[in-house]
Design a protein around this ligand. Sequence first.
Ligand code: GAL
Length: 578
Amino acid sequence: MSLSILFALLFAVSPVVVSQHASVPSSTVASTSQTSSGASSFTTSVELSVEDLWDLYVGPVSTFSINTTVEPTPIPSSSLVPPPALYYPPFPKGQQVPLQPKNESWKFPKGFWYGVAGAAYQIEGAVKAEGRGPSIWDVLTHRVVNYVSTNDTGDIADNNYYQYKEDIARIAALGLKTYSFSLSWSRILPFGSGSINEQALLHYDDVIDTCLQYGIIPQVTLFHWDLPLFLQNTYNGWLSDKIISDFTDYARIVFNRWHSKVHYWFTVNEPIVFCGFYPLPANYFKNTTIPPKQQPYVCGHNVLLSHASAYHLAKSINSSLSVSFKTNGGFKIPRTDSQADAEAVQRAWDFNEGWFANPTFINGDYPTHLKDYVSGFLPAFTDKQKAQINGTCDIFAHDAYTSDFIMAPDAGIDACIANTTNPLYPGCYNTTKVYANGYWTIGAAGDPGTPWLNQATDWVPSFLHYMQDTWKPRGGIAITEFGISEPYEELRTNLASILIDPIRSNYYKSYLEAILIAIGEGVNVVGTLAWSIYDNLEWSQGYSVKFGIQYVNLTTQERYFKASAFEYANMFNVYLEK
Ligand code: GAL
């Protein structure tokens, strides 16, 4: 049934109002005595319960048989034996794998934090449990045809909502020290604002307490893409400046509740990516008249103001907290030494990292090339806003998976800038994974489902230097997500072959060696988080693309360490300064 029919039905009957409800605001209330020139000027106000939101916009969801919080099952000691390349079994004799030499000049400094990351919608499941309201991702997965190539949803995901104790115990058993997860905003505030769902707070209380019980540092992200649906449908979510006060109110709830237990906070995850979700698919959400190519930048503007507001609020609650956003990107390598490619590289920095990092780390304002574009439709930041935004990241938290060669568009940069229909507009730079000789790629490819991702660890030291020199983060740089999709892993049917993941193992080893090189050269890298704690819902790729250092059998919800988990953890055994 289409949403317009549902709405027509809804207006014809009195809405059922149950415990948690919200009134859909409207500027005009339709009335038979009024005349109007267009259908878009007919609006109404209607009361919806959380249950109504689910029924109208999402429909039925799946549940799993384990649907109460479970105590961790003991981790079999056999599953904690590293794979042979890292370990010499006493029997049988004769294994020829040479010992890995240690580079005695490398070290991760004391206090370096290392662990794994996950995100609410990708791992929690239990989407309707205990009062959670729907997010836009429940609609995208359930309703929008082909948005997820595999038609998967996050309904059950890794059932982390009930199995988190086991998940945290397993991180600790590997010897990792940090767990980074995100809160589901619509669990805590089912409508995004207003009534607070106490059950959600109790749940996250226990997730945090369980981390502390196992000696794991919890790191919390407030927003990892799962925007409460109600905020999207009342005022277009991040496209409206109304989000600033709603995000700040949400932040106030969580900072007040957990500031004494959680030191590291991330306000939002990868705004370059989630602002790029706009325009959302037509006909499933509230309409907007903002031109499609402008929408990501309107979103970004409101993200910066929301982040800055939450940052200052956090500091007013507890000045010792570390608060930043997580951004994402890779090193931008000029494909040739031409002037045009050098210009394209600068445009690529400005339209990616610089978009959020220049305002927060440099001067409260957008980088030059981006500003040239957005000044055509965004209000300039006032001096007061610039002062409010500048300095609001305590660390440079970067999700840095890969790198790209950058080049000028075939038509040339100027021609692209002059042509708003050029697919590369407004960035007007091009990217490739292939060296200028047209033969080799930058490094081993990930799964075909992630064409953006090749190993590019050779470029990591240069990238870290660039970040430190350009944005000078006072608290250093953290690689808050990195990892690779093992090619064709989803096709493997036998457990033993799934668990050996050589491309991912090599990626983590090479990447951490590259970080050790950069640290030795004076770059202040303070922590790393592997993406991901285990295989999970890879957004529009569903469960077909695997990023986990643990395999999850989605039928039984059993977890298994892959070889890469040991490779990753072993690097800290070897190189962490004691
Ligand atoms: C990041 C994102 C994660 C995860 C990862 C792998 O951009 O924050 O949620 O999906 O990419 O693609």
